[in-house]
Design a binder for this molecule. Sequence first.
Ligand code: F0G
Length: 450
Amino acid sequence: MSTNETSAHDKFSSFLRCIEEGCEAQYSIDQRLYSCPECGGLLDVAYDFESSVSADELKALFKSRKTSDLDIDRSGVWRFRELLPFVADTSQAITLAEGNTPIYAAPRSADYAGLASLRFKHQGMNPTGSFKDDGMATGVTQARVLRATAVACASTGNTSASMAAYAARARMRAFVFVPAGQVAFGKLAQALEYGASVIEIEGSFDDAMRIVRELAEETDLYLLNSINPFRLEGQKTIVIEMMEQLGWRAPDWIVVPGGNLGNSSAFGKALHEMARLNLLDLRPRLAIIQASGAAPFYELFVSTDRTALKPYASAATLATAIRIGNPISWKKALRAIDWTRGIVERVTEQEIADAKAVIGSDGIGCEPASAATLAGIRRLVAAGEIRSDDTVVAVLTGNLLKDPDYTIGYHTGSLTLDEGGTRTVIEASFANRPLRVAASKDAIKRLLNL
Ligand code: F0G
């Protein structure tokens, strides 16, 4: 521990609290709970932030840790541990040097969206290539604190890859439940390589999610989906780190894709707590973007009755990461929208595919779900919701290499979505086809006009 370590635990008390208005029941953080035993509501890890540490002291502390020799200080999650003070003994913290992800300016993407400027915070630059690592650092740490020996999740791929890696580091068994045939190969390969037991369910992600929740209630498996509030604690640091990188000047908008809605929920909680700790100069607005074939939260947002989300019986999108019809964290995401005067948008398969190629043209690249952000921004600028001179940071959630089949399919004009007996063909509007040529210098010169 560094000498200026503020043992977070001395200053803040931590507990679990039901988010349902009128319930708000509290439980000890040592209990293995995924929802409120009283009313079934989602749980927050809540803190009594009556802190004697000023915002300026916190900022200085976060910065100083970047040059520390300790793994825990260099982690882009644990560096911000004053805002995740549920771990009493930080020697328990698991880390794979997650976080510390770059923010890139993206002029071509900005042009495409109709913005003067646009930045991407690239969570695909994490150790397993997605934002899930920020959450698994804290989630698997809590699993260790609770002495769990086996962890489990349902996943469209990235959660399973990340949980498998962090469980391996913590020497725990990992069981991942994935929809058979619907997980991008890059992600499946990771879960296998990190030694998780991979169970391919003959059904959807939503089926896998329902089953693994029931299993976690009935067995010793510790559930590490984002319904587990300790996962979201780590994902808060995506926004905290973004603010630090922006010199603690908040952008007008933070844009994120929405699937199971854990990340959106974590961002809302981060902003709420940062405001309490005087770490925010203004409250950025959150824009959550869904794929139109998997957009139950968008429909809730535009409906007059926001008390019940209507799940999709069957969700369809080539952005398999967000192919989710019954998002588990929708109430927390709605709270995030309320806190931030946020907005929800949906985008088509074609818009996602084109936006992904445009992000690639900035030399950045991402997986399909992440590109929903740029497609959504473009729509929101066209609709006048986002102004062209607003400052916007979009979060790219996963690495380009997660799903090479999609990218090759797009650039070779063979990307199609087959669903319910209909086929949607994706136009390769920004195609960059490979050129095949005889193994001859002359043929190549002719081909390339050299
Ligand atoms: N982007 C990527 C690359 C994802 O993997 C996910 C979710 C999302 C966006 C949506 O985030 O669920 O917090 O709203 N992937 C989960 C998984 C469901 O199993 O890997 P969310």
